[in-house]
Design a binder for this molecule. Structure first.
Ligand SMILES: [Zn+2]
Length: 91
């Protein structure tokens, strides 16, 4: 499998994906990535969480679901790949 068709997009680069505050300091380790598989390949949506919005371990599943819904909703509302999105809608 090749990554030739993989596309990387950033959700609110430089900002917290949950609260919108600017990410201060080193963003490494605060990044989350959601891969969406579509008919034309994988789209990797990258987002970042600041320290205040890092969920407690017990809250990770719920926080992950909420963040995934937000990222997918954002991605679908953009027009990065309208053809791929239209095909996904009918899958
Ligand atoms: Zn935050």
């Amino acid at each position: 499998m090749t990554d030739a068709t993989r596309r990387d997009v950033a959700y609110r680069a430089g900002q917290c994906a949950r609260c919108g505050r600017l990410i201060v300091g080193d963003p490494r380790g605060q990044e989350v990535c959601l891969d969406i598989i579509g008919p034309v390949g994988v789209v990797a949506i990258h987002g970042w969480l600041d320290r205040q919005c890092q969920p407690e371990p017990a809250a990770v599943p719920a926080a992950s679901r909420a963040l995934a819904r937000r990222l997918i909703g954002w991605y679908r509302s953009t027009h990065i790949e309208p053809l791929a999105l239209a095909e996904v809608d009918h899958a």
